[in-house]
Design a protein around this ligand. Structure first.
Ligand code: NZQ
Ligand code: ZN
Length: 394
């Protein structure tokens, strides 16, 4: 049964290739000073920087550049950006990039006018900005898909000294005011990043799907998104320039984590908690930290959520149920997931991400245990499933 919920999402999306026109309209709504934040330079080689700058210049914006946002943005980088935004008293933060850059822009948005330690307040203590605190509006131009950051309040920051990677879900006042989604902008994403993003999308859907056995519209939406993603991912692997596939993946990504498919139902998120702990220890690509643990995790919790896993097998993977026990069918569903993961080329172990045996205790300690999934894990269970060797399909 659908539980009570409120659904509201204030982010305005512009989807398609009329980037300059749409961006110009949005930018006009804000004051003259724009903090332009981006990553390590991909936007300069693929032409996106020039396109965005030409719009900013054409309407006379004063641009303060904040480049160098790394994948898995750090507390040090956050402090640098917050200082810069405050010093220039910017009117808007325009994030041009993937999840890291957009997450970072949200973090800077709430931190610039906060006098204390933002890591401690927003991330460690999970507090909201004070009601009288100034929050700088954020807009985004998305260049890499996977996180859904373009239409949610999520912001994940890594503290290397503390070996912690923590996500904060901010409210509507911090979510992007607008996001520009041009599938062509994703054509230049390297293949390993593209597939990591694809797996991240799948994982967001599964985290919301593998919880609860009630009849719930949200789960049917999730199944449709998974089917679309699986299909488009295989097309995009063959031809990364396939606009149809890349645009479907982009749209699926946004809907996978703009809170819609989790509405009115319980959710799991344990794979992300383990993945974040691995990320804090290795700085590995987010989607790969999820793929590295997913099969081991789902094989472990499968007996506790058999009904949903059989549904996953039949509805998402079209596996015939006739003549099979629930257990056999459920196992075949997870095997089909693994087969697809191998086809798209994501990792299925964590040693290839740089995890060594001596890190396992510390990774387990850094893992936040969630209680919405089919099985609330004990500490020892996390230790036992961390897969140092690739997961096999047979
Ligand atoms: O830095 P540049 O040079 O731009 O290169 C980036 C980066 O190296 C490159 N890239 C992006 N667009 C490109 C491109 N290269 C060529 N052409 C383009 N068009 O891709 C690399 C990865 O970018 P990044 O932004 O790090 O990837 P992603 O979008 O996967 O973001 C990952 C971050 O988001 C967090 C993750 O934990 C991680 O820190 N997440 C955010 C969530 C949210 N906001 O709700 C939820 C997710 O579960 C996730 O935790
Ligand atoms: Zn994710």
């Amino acid at each position: 049964m659908l539980g009570n919920f409120i659904y509201s999402n204030p982010t305005k999306l512009y989807f398609g290739d009329e980037v300059q026109k749409n961006l110009r309209e949005e930018l006009k709504k804000y004051g003259p000073k724009v903090l332009l934040t981006y990553g390590g330079g991909s936007i300069k080689t693929n032409g996106i920087y020039e396109e965005v700058m030409s719009v900013l210049n054409s309407i006379g914006k004063e641009v303060i550049e904040l480049p160098g946002v790394m994948p898995n943005p750090t507390t040090d980088k956050l402090n640098e950006g917050a200082k810069l935004a405050r010093k220039h008293n910017v009117d808007l933060i325009l994030a041009v990039g993937g999840g890291s850059t957009i997450d970072y822009a949200k973090a800077v948005s709430v931190s610039a006018w906060y006098d204390g330690d933002p890591w401690k307040k927003f991330y460690l203590n999970q507090e909201e900005p004070d009601s009288n605190q100034r929050i700088i509006p954020v807009g985004s131009v998305l260049t890499m898909v996977g996180t859904g950051s373009e239409m949610n309040g999520g912001s994940v920051i890594t503290n290397h000294a503390a070996k912690l990677k923590i996500g904060k879900v901010f409210g509507e006042n911090v979510m992007p005011k607008f996001s520009i989604l041009n599938p062509r902008y994703t054509f230049s994403v390297p293949k390993n990043q593209m597939v990591a993003g694809i797996f991240d999308i799948m994982s967001h859907i599964m985290e919301q799907y593998f919880s609860g056995n009630d009849d719930n519209t949200s789960d049917y939406l999730a199944e449709g998104l998974m089917r679309s993603l699986i299909h488009s991912s295989l097309v995009a692997i063959d031809n990364p320039q396939d606009y149809e596939a890349r645009s479907n993946i982009m749209w699926t990504s946004t809907w996978a984590l703009n809170t819609l498919i989790g509405k009115g139902k319980s959710q799991d998120w344990m794979v992300h908690m383990i993945g974040q702990a691995i990320g804090a220890h290795t700085d590995a690509t987010h989607g790969m930290t999820l793929s590295g643990v997913s099969i081991a995790y789902y094989r472990h919790v499968l007996p506790y959520g058999l009904k949903k896993f059989t549904r996953f097998a039949t509805v998402v993977w079209d596996i015939p149920a006739v003549g099979k026990t629930d257990r056999q069918l459920a196992v075949e569903g997870v095997d089909a997931l693994l087969k697809w993961m191998k086809e798209i080329g994501v990792v299925t172990d964590i040693s290839s991400l740089g995890v060594t045996k001596d890190m396992l205790e510390s990774i387990t300690d850094a893992t936040l245990i969630m209680n919405g999934g089919f099985k609330v894990l004990e500490r020892e269970e996390i230790m036992s499933i961390l897969p140092l060797i690739p997961q096999h399909y047979n």
